[in-house]
Design a protein around this ligand. Sequence first.
Ligand code: ZN
Length: 347
Amino acid sequence: MSKGSMKAIVKTEAAPGLSLVDVPVPEIGINDVLIRIQKTSICGTDVHIYQWDDWASETIRTPLTVGHEFAGVIDAVGSDVEDFDVGDLVSGEGHIVCGHCRNCRAGRRHLCQTPNAVGINRDGAFAEYLMMPASNVWRVNPAISPEILTMFDPFGNAVHAALSWNLIGEDVLITGAGPIGIMSIMVARHAGARHIVITDMNPYRLALAKECDATIALDVTDGTIAGAQAELGMIEGFDVGLEMSGNPAAVNDMMANMAHGGKISLLGIQNREAAVTWDDVIFKGLTIKGIYGREMYETWYKMTALIQSGLDISPLITHRFHYTEYEKAFEVMASGESGKVILDWTE
Ligand SMILES: [Zn+2]
């Protein structure tokens, strides 16, 4: 059932940049759905692919339609798909799991041995249509707007990292005030945390973090986490740490400011040579958990429930562009002077 051609934002050659080109509308298999894209948002990963850094040049095979943060409506369903109807408002899990490794079969799909990623290992969502297995699609009530829904992928990173630990009445340290760090403030606040301190060096993002209800948004070029603890009257250190920066200094700063028995989620990707203060881990009895992606589909359930119980992540959207203005949108994202940047595919 070929539907002709569509516009897509594509990495056409192994070099910096992206192109808006015509590509065939993807054909769906019997277990797939075709999604007509309404909104997408740009991830830091997309910026790496745009800029063609070492990671991107080692990972991406061209040509590739990029993008994995999306919201859209079901346009067509494969003959064996029973759970979805044309017109359903959906987003989807961008990690396509193998389905037969030990963890997949045990229902721990976020721990799949060989996941494929939409917009990285297979064609992505910055296009008029996206094809994916129906088992990866998440439907929501249309009371949730497509703009909110398009952020479910990074929101899920924040929810997965934050809700890995008990947060009620706890003091939370977040290192890195990118969109996922700021969404983590909102989740921790909604979940009943007491003090939430977030660190960064980018004044724009720290101001946004403060607006989004951080107790203290700390510029680490201008103050210390120990100083923030003193200001809040804290004595024993943070109970929960959420590392979102990928900066080795931030990790060690976090370890130094944790309470004994503290829990840490590590999400920011560290340089392979990054040194860790193991003394803090051992003598404080810290628990460290690596966070990759979202739990399928418990995190998606929680995200939906959090939004429906009043968590509003819309203040994080700072820029909106038509998809034809994608160059401008990527420029804004790369500048660091943004929260989430949304692309509109509806016109
Ligand atoms: Zn698997």
